[in-house]
Ligand binder design. Structure first.
Ligand code: UD1
Length: 342
């Protein structure tokens, strides 16, 4: 056993894939999750993949008393990966206080407990949303952050600022923030994957649900952007590749290889892919036609963003190596399994 890792939000989409990769790498995992956007069945699925059942605690991290008790009972936590946060952009515009309270307080409570129990290593789940619509592409870690488009995006910016200030005052605490681009796909076993609540906001779950017949038609939000085919461009990163970036970050912290108390990395593929070309790749990979129509732009969407991954490649020694087609096929296999489609 290489160490004990607390994974907050560990039954969620990216969290569950990361738990499996941590277990594969020999770490013991403890999960805390409030199940607001996942189910306890994910713990069974993780066990089915890895053969190891992670310890699971069901509560929301806004409750400092419960979090403190978890640290006390678990004993000897070596590092934490903090995923637990609300992430629905539209909802955050409607209910900003829920987002600020949950996303900020969870991090503050976590730091309180880390300090009290002497846990010094943290990997934080950040987002390329902190860059807004950058002037120059691809975005490096030197690209300036921009004012957020939504309260959700703002919580990521503020959390990064809390980390910066806190690690400056408490240099014993070492943190790596990973700025994810657009995570998609599912575990190759199809036992874990993305399970959106209600109508999906994100592109790939909407695509797979349309192919599965749950949705009649995908709306493509805009074909009049200044891009080669007029649709928006994103950097779609395979969720298992992304999970592996977390394991490498944990190892970097535990081996004291980090160069400063607060490091951050872009985690993407480096390739910009348009909505229409993603649909094309999906059809090629799966043989499934997706019924779509072009509609107007979605408020708040940026035209294009993709990562310069040089820093993650060279400093972390991490690279995404799954093709877009394989990733889309994994998303489809997951959708088929949960909808019982042959
Ligand atoms: C969104 C959030 C981002 C968040 C991320 C979490 C916005 C503006 N941004 O990113 O802050 O970190 O989710 O996963 O909401 N699209 C369609 N039809 C659909 C759905 C999406 O055409 O039904 C298009 C969008 O216009 C966009 C692309 O697909 O161009 C990707 O959209 P989405 O999956 O929602 O991700 P982001 O908007 O990039």
């Amino acid at each position: 056993m290489k160490g004990k890792i607390l994974v907050t939000g560990g039954t969620g989409y990216i969290g569950s894939h990361t738990v499996v990769e941590l277990q594969n790498a020999g770490f013991e995992v403890v999960i805390v999750d409030d199940l607001s956007n996942s189910t306890e069945a994910v713990v069974d699925q993780i066990e089915q993949i890895s053969g190891i059942r992670p310890k699971f605690h069901h509560f929301n991290m806004q409750d400092l008393g419960l979090l403190d008790r978890l640290f006390e009972q678990s004993g000897g936590i070596d590092a934490i990966i903090h995923f637990a946060a609300f992430k629905a952009v539209g909802e955050s515009v409607q209910k900003p206080l829920i987002y600020y309270r949950n996303n900020l307080l969870s991090l503050v409570n976590l730091f309180d407990c880390m300090e009290k129990y002497g846990v010094n290593n943290l990997v934080f789940s950040s987002s390329c949303t902190v860059y807004g619509q950058p002037e120059k592409l691809p975005v490096t870690e030197h690209t300036p952050r921009m004012a957020a488009e939504s309260p959700y995006g703002n919580t990521k910016i503020i959390c990064e600022d809390i980390i910066r200030d806190y690690t400056k005052a408490n240099p014993k605490i070492q943190t790596i923030a990973l700025r994810y681009f657009n995570p998609i796909g599912a575990h190759p076993s199809a036992l874990i994957g993305e399970l959106p609540n209600g109508v999906p906001n994100n592109l790939v779950p909407f695509v797979t649900q349309t192919a599965a017949g749950l949705r009649e038609q995908l709306s493509v939000f805009g074909n009049d952007y200044n891009t080669p085919d007029g649709s928006c461009i994103r950097d779609y990163i395979n969720v298992v590749d992304l999970a592996k970036a977390h394991v490498i970050s944990i190892e970097r912290l535990l081996n004291h290889q980090n160069e400063s108390v607060f490091e951050f990395f872009n985690v993407g593929t480096g390739n910009g892919v348009s909505v229409l070309s993603l649909l094309n790749s999906f059809e090629k990979a799966t043989g499934q036609k997706v019924n779509f129509k072009i509609v107007g732009r979605r408020a708040g969407d940026i035209e294009q963003i993709y990562a310069d991954t040089t820093k993650a490649n060279n400093v972390l020694g991490w690279k995404s190596d799954t093709t877009l087609e394989d990733t889309l096929l994994s998303a489809w296999n997951w959708e088929k399994r949960i909808r019982k489609i042959d």
